[in-house]
Ligand binder design. Sequence first.
Ligand SMILES: [Zn+2]
Length: 161
Amino acid sequence: MKKIEISTEVFVYDDLNELREIEIELLEKAEEALAKAYAPYSEFLVGSAVLLENGEILNGANQENAAYSTCICAERTVLSAAATIFPKIKPVLLSVVVKNTNKQQDKPAAPCGECRQYIFEVESRFQSEIPILMKAQSNKIYKVKSASQLLPLAFQKSDLI
Ligand SMILES: [Zn+2]
């Protein structure tokens, strides 16, 4: 028997000013997208924004449904839009902002498991890591260098071959 230890590196910032200008802008775009959230069931609003290699920024929000399994998270909403509008352009930075309308949410929320897998696939497709910024209503920010930091032992294309 052999034991494998896998660690995750999360950078924690307590102030927006510790970030690069483009990172702040991308968090602002995700924050703007909170207004596009359709979350009548959870009342948990999520906005996400993606920066593409060509400088374009897209944002999107979670879209819930009475049939819960058809809900779409903000991250997949915006990355799907990017893949549709700019299919050949590499995403280079992703931000996620959450707002719980029922309580003060100060801790950033990380993408759900399904989104981690989705982001990982986008990284694999473009063979490039996508740093992810996460923020809630306080100025505490988490940052990881890639989806693989959040999804160790990810299922991937090479598993199918
Ligand atoms: Zn998700």
